[in-house]
Design a protein around this ligand. Structure first.
Ligand code: NAP
Length: 231
C-alpha cells in the first residue's frame, strides 16, 4: 500500500496527558511556540486531526447549515476539488464541522492556507456531502460506519500525492493510527505532571501499539524536551 510517512506530533505532560491546565499560561504559550516551530520545521504536505480538535482550533464550534441540501442528489464516490501544496485533513464521520471556506485561515503559516479534506464514511449524511461540495471542500470516503485508517492513508497518497502527514490529535484520532501506520513520534514534553483526568496521548486501543529503534531527546528553549522516536 502507498501511504504517507506519518509523524505523530503532540504536546504532552510527563504523565502523557494532552489536555489540562498545563496548556494555559505563559509557560504553555512558550512551549506551544516550540511545538508550532517544529510543525513548521517538518514542513509536511498535510496535518490531520479529529473533529473535536478542529472545532477547538479552527471552526470554533460553527455548525454546518445543511437545510438547503436535504434532498440533493450527490454523485457517489470521493470528491477531489484539486491538488494543492498543503492540506488540513479532518475526521468528521458524522458531518458536524461547519465551514465557510475550503482553505484554513490561521495566524500560523504552518497551518494557514491548507486545503480542507474531510474524512467521511458511507454512512455520513448525504446532505452533508452536498454541503461540502457546495463549498469546494474535498472529501474521501473511508469505511462503512467507522473511519478505516489504512484507507485514509491510501487515499491521501493516491488522490492528493501526500507524502508526509502530521498526525496532531486528539487522543481518539491518534489511536486510530496505532495499527502500524505511525512512522515517527515527535513529542514536546512539558515539565509538568498533574495526575489529573486529562486526555491521554492514545485514548483507545487499535492494533499493536508502537515500538521504535531510535529515541532522540533534545532540550527545548523553554523547559520542554523534544522526544523524537523513529526506526
Ligand atoms: N496537546 C496537544 O498536542 C493536542 C493536540 C491536539 C488536540 N489536543 C486536545 O485534544 C482534545 C480532543 O481530543 P479527543 O480525543 O477528545 O478528540 P479528537 O481526536 O480531536 O476528535 C475525536 C472525534 O473525531 C472523530 N473521530 C476521530 N477518530 C475517530 C474514530 N476512530 N472513530 C470514530 N470517530 C473518530 C469523532 O467525531 P464525532 O464525535 O463527531 O463522530 C471523534 O469524536 C482537545 O481538547 C484538544 O485541545 C491536544
Amino acid at each position: 500500500m502507498n501511504k504517507p510517512y506519518v509523524i505523530l506530533h503532540m504536546v504532552t505532560t510527563l504523565d502523557g496527558k494532552i489536555t489540562g491546565d498545563f496548556l494555559s499560561g505563559k509557560t504553555a504559550e512558550l512551549l506551544s511556540e516550540d511545538y508550532y516551530h517544529l510543525h513548521r520545521w517538518y514542513n509536511a504536505d498535510a496535518y490531520l486531526c479529529g473533529r473535536v480538535t478542529f472545532e477547538g482550533s479552527f471552526t470554533f464550534g460553527r455548525k454546518p447549515d445543511t437545510d438547503e441540501f436535504k434532498n440533493a442528489a450527490v454523485e457517489p464516490g470521493d470528491y477531489v476539488f484539486g491538488k494543492f501544496s498543503k492540506y488540513a485533513v479532518a475526521i468528521d464521520t458524522h458531518g458536524r464541522l461547519g465551514w465557510d471556506d475550503n482553505f484554513i485561515h490561521d495566524d500560523d503559516p504552518g497551518y494557514d492556507n491548507a486545503h480542507i479534506i474531510e474524512v467521511v464514511t458511507e454512512s455520513t449524511p448525504k446532505e452533508y456531502l452536498a454541503y461540502l461540495r457546495s463549498l469546494n471542500i474535498s472529501y474521501i470516503i473511508c469505511g462503512e460506519n467507522a473511519p478505516d485508517p489504512h484507507v485514509i492513508c491510501e487515499k491521501l497518497s493516491k488522490l492528493f500525492d501526500i507524502e508526509k502527514l502530521m498526525l496532531e490529535g486528539g487522543g481518539i484520532t491518534d489511536s486510530l493510527f496505532l495499527d502500524g501506520l505511525i512512522d515517527e513520534v515527535s513529542l514536546v514534553v512539558a515539565p509538568v505532571a498533574d495526575g489529573g483526568d486529562g486526555i491521554p496521548l492514545f485514548n483507545n486501543k487499535n492494533g499493536g501499539g508502537l515500538r521504535f529503534k531510535n529515541a532522540e531527546p533534545k532540550p527545548l528553549p523553554h523547559g520542554g524536551i523534544w522526544l523524537r522516536y523513529s526506526n
